[in-house]
Design a protein around this ligand. Sequence first.
Ligand SMILES: CC(C)(COP(=O)(O)OP(=O)(O)OC[C@H]1O[C@@H](n2cnc3c(N)ncnc32)[C@H](O)[C@@H]1OP(=O)(O)O)[C@@H](O)C(=O)NCCC(=O)NCCS
Length: 196
Amino acid sequence: MIVLMLPNSLKKSPYTGEKIKLRALELSDLSSIMEHWNTYAVRIGLGKYIPESSTQREEWIKAQTQKASKGEGYTFAIETLETKNFLGTCSLNKINNVSRTAFLSVVILNPENHGKGYGTDAVRCLLEVAFRVLNLHRVELHVYSFMKEAIHVYEKVGFKQTGVRREASYIDGEYRDDLVMDILRREYEEITKKML
Ligand SMILES: CC(C)(COP(=O)(O)OP(=O)(O)OC[C@H]1O[C@@H](n2cnc3c(N)ncnc32)[C@H](O)[C@@H]1OP(=O)(O)O)[C@@H](O)C(=O)NCCC(=O)NCCS
């Protein structure tokens, strides 16, 4: 048997958290995505107002694969460490290779899996990928001001609110504010007490 020996500093994979693992998104994840994709409460937080067909979601998966091939963005499947159950997806998109910035998004699809620490763990892993793997300088996200659970998760991992896009989104009959949140690499290093 061959035992792969890595230096100590390389042993902890950035893709593995306490409860979840990030892995490549596959076309075979489509059926798991469609189980909850059209659940209104889940989709509304992502700005997807109109129900989507599985063909549309399949095109989306293919588009993510193309973006990854060009280095423009990376979308990962989130699965539980214990059972390898598919939980949702998370992404770093609009990667700017000069300013070293990207936009983050995350979704845990089945509402029954909310509040179990998966979302927090996934965002922490994604920040490890952003700063440690992709050498980014700043990660930004936009979140509706009514998404209190998501805002709490983002603040918990170190994002700061840096702006408000006032009445930027028309949702469920009302114009709503979008919060702009971001985190810099040095702030992440300070929080995690490690130099990357
Ligand atoms: C946002 C999301 C990814 C969070 O994932 P999750 O697995 O439920 O998150 P976690 O279990 O790690 O953490 C949830 C936290 O929110 C807290 N919370 C729950 N309801 C809350 C509320 N109304 N106000 C404030 N905090 C709340 C929980 O107490 C928990 O914090 P704690 O661990 O400090 O106690 C998930 O809710 C989701 O996918 N939502 C739909 C898609 C979405 O809106 N994505 C974000 C788009 S910007």
